[in-house]
Design a protein around this ligand. Structure first.
Ligand code: WTA
Length: 667
């Protein structure tokens, strides 16, 4: 009853305040106050982007803004620059020299502040240390670190000497790390002895050692000493970070990078079993993240900006490191979990550091909702002036909760749509001008052309279809590492010369975009991108598994969770056609529950705990079409408990009915 009245109240509230105009106090001093910017950018997008590039420091100015030979784009052609100079030197040598660049807090509570001058010194020293290890422009470096300032320093030091970084999220397993190192053929791995998460220690170096058993390209390992963690040091290969920089020179000449030289690769999940290394380059990427950070987050010198993402994801790259630092911002960085030691840790941090801009994911917001308003209510959050959301569609209820309970009704909420591939935010409000609708990412950023299309490539004026980006943009991916064909096929083959992001979207009568989630076999679990094929490969790798199909099931907090349908080897039909409740619950000598647990652990070990399936359903067979394709839609319907659709194309429709019945019985 109680929750019904709550929903009713929200509906009434929604009706009354469907639209939120920017508060006058915000609008007055915002970077963008006039909607004319959209028109200006539309008329001459190249001049528009160039005006942001002009605000950066170039070693040599570009000759041409854009060369577009679909699907290959080159931005600021002929220009030369160094990103670390733009993010660090520029401010370290200005009146912002003593301004905090990074304010950090560890989960156990340690505090560190690096001014721009401190950051400058650290980046230069570490860049020299990397050079001493023999690294040159173009070499790849894998970074596997907790959320500590050294993550940003390592990335910037690589950028300074022209080495290409590949950051791997610290929650990924040894095997995932190994595969990413090998794909990039990295020469150096930068890691730490460990880190903290929810009061537990994460022994990163041990995980890394496991990976390093199969990574012949790695010559050196650099280890940050985060605490007193158990580890082994391999003489000659392993080096402590602090020792390396002890003797390093305090200035390192920045490499003059071509605008199109590679800055980094970042592995992300797609529709195959193997993650792809998305390539980002230098001039266009920096221009794109610089512009969007400035306008979307409306950054001012006095702001303390906090993005809760991990540096292991693209959000950490673009909106913790490169975008904010290129704007001379003060970035707050926190190592740990939001509910440690108590469920108000985030609110306590906002109060303590006077955070003004807070950028997080809907999955976190839904967890905050569940924990209750008493946690934020205990703390003074009045320093906040802008809130952001990213990673998955935000449901209107969560949007409104966030706006009311965290923003106290005074902070615009910017729901920002983008991807690892896009490098920068593409669909978003501009907080000083856009009228907000809870649940909508609103409109394309100025200079971005997006629309909704149907299968045939016709524009949908009002209604649903596929999201499409119809013009190149500066921070767009330049390819997939080592696989140019897949780049063309994956992103540019659905419609000619138009980027296909694999997201569904709806356009309303005001031209507002409502993102509807992925339309491919990629799932979004707690804001993390997970390819169903990767999880299936991990399952099939287990000696008992013959076949597996993974689908998503809606989840109150995580958005989606993974449900795996598994058929086992040897025993063929393990239940002999009977329901599991009718058999002994044994397969290959193991009780099924125990086997399910083992399979979940197996996936966590192979990929990382973010990919651990929530449910495992053993079945005698998987529903397939006559041509042998697994019918995922049907499995999804079963997992979601929906009524079955038309099954006449099924090879054996009995299978589905059995599966459905079994699932319902198992609850
Ligand atoms: C989803 C994260 C709706 C989308 C930056 C996209 C969103 C995928 C939003 C990319 C949003 C991200 N509204 N959906 N504001 N932001 N997505 O590469 O499905 O980890 O394709 O990049 O997240 O995830 P990725």
């Amino acid at each position: 009853m109680k929750s019904e009245t709550k929903t009713e109240a929200i509906n009434v509230f929604l009706e009354e305040t469907r639209n939120f105009s920017p508060p006058e106090s915000f609008r007055k001093s915002a970077w963008v106050r006039d909607e004319k910017v959209y028109e200006t950018a539309r008329r001459n997008p190249e001049a528009f982007w160039a005006s942001f590039a002009e605000e950066l420091v170039w070693i040599r100015k570009w000759d041409r803004v854009l060369e577009w030979n679909p699907p290959d784009a080159k931005w600021f052609v002929g220009g030369k620059l160094n990103i670390s100079v733009n993010c660090v030197d520029r401010w370290a040598k200005s009146e912002l020299r003593n301004k905090a660049a990074i304010i950090w807090e560890g989960e156990p509570g340690e505090e560190r502040t690096l001014t721009y001058w401190d950051l400058y010194r650290e980046v230069n020293k570490f860049a020299n240390a990397l050079k001493k290890l023999g690294l040159k422009k173009g070499d790849r470096v894998t970074v596997y670190l907790p959320m500590i300032p050294e993550a940003a320093i390592a990335m910037l030091a690589c950028a300074r000497i022209g080495a290409v970084h590949s950051v791997v999220f610290g929650g990924f397993s040894a095997e995932s790390l190994r595969d990413r190192i090998n794909d990039a053929q990295a020469r150096v791995l930068i890691t730490a002895d460990g880190g903290y998460r929810r009061g537990k220690i994460i022994t990163l170096k041990r995980e890394a050692d496991e990976a390093l058993k199969g990574t012949p390209s790695i010559q050196h390992v650099v280890i940050v000493k985060r605490g007193e963690f158990p580890l082994e040091i391999k003489e000659g290969r392993d080096h402590w970070w602090h020792r390396l920089i002890e003797g390093a020179e305090s200035y390192c000449e920045p490499e003059a990078m071509d605008s199109e030289d590679m800055l980094y690769t970042l592995y992300t999940s797609g529709t195959t079993g193997k993650p792809k290394g998305i390539i980002h380059t230098t001039g266009g990427y920096l221009t794109g993240v610089y512009a969007t950070t400035k306008w979307v987050f409306d950054l001012r010198p006095h702001d303390v900006y906090w993005c809760t993402a991990d540096v292991g994801w693209v959000t950490g790259h673009s909106y913790i490191v490169y975008g904010p630092l290129a704007n001379g911002a003060t970035v707050f960085m926190y190592e740990g979990a939001p509910d440690w030691p108590e469920k108000d840790r985030f609110w306590q941090l906002i109060e303590k550091y006077g955070i003004t801009i807070f950028y997080t994911a809907p999955t976190a917001i839904r967890a905050f909702m569940k924990w209750g308003t008493e946690w934020p209510a205990r703390r003074n959050l009045s320093s906040l002036r802008l809130l952001g959301s990213v990673g998955e569609p935000i449901n209107p209820e969560a949007w409104i909760w966030y706006h009311q309970n965290i923003g106290r009704g005074n902070c615009p909420v910017v729901d920002t749509w983008w991807q690892t591939e896009t490098g920068m935010i593409l669909i978003t409000p501009l907080p000083g001008v856009t009228t907000l609708k809870p649940g909508s990412a609103t409109k394309p950023f100025p200079g971005i052309e997006a629309c909704v299309m149907n299968e045939k490539g016709q524009r949908v004026e009002v209604g649903g279809g596929y999201l499409a980006i119809t013009k190149p943009w500066p921070a767009m991916l330049r390819g997939i590492y080592g696989d140019p064909e897949r780049y063309q096929k994956q992103y540019w083959s659905k419609w000619p010369n138009i980027y296909f992001p694999s997201d569904g979207a709806k356009l309303d009568e005001n031209g507002y975009f409502w993102l509807l989630g992925r339309v491919d076999d990629v799932l979004n679990v707690a804001g993390h991108r997970i390819g169903t094929m990767e999880v299936e490969s991990a399952l099939v790798d287990h000696p008992t598994v013959a076949e597996a199909a993974v689908v998503g099931k809606p989840h109150e907090i995580k958005g989606e969770t993974l449900v795996a349908f598994v058929t086992l080897k040897d025993v063929g039909a393990p239940f002999g056609g009977a329901r599991p409740s009718q058999v002994q619950g044994q397969a290959q000598g193991l009780p099924l529950q125990k086997l399910a647990q083992e399979l979940k652990d197996h996936v966590a070990k192979k990929i990382g705990s973010i990919a651990r399936p929530e449910d495992i359903i053993f079945s005698a067979d998987l529903p397939k079409t006559r041509s042998g394709k697994i019918m995922r839609r049907l499995l999804k319907n079963i997992a979601e408990g929906k009524v079955l659709g038309d099954t006449t194309t099924l090879a054996d429709s009995e299978v589905v009915n059995r599966l459905k019945q079994q699932y319902e019985e198992e609850g």
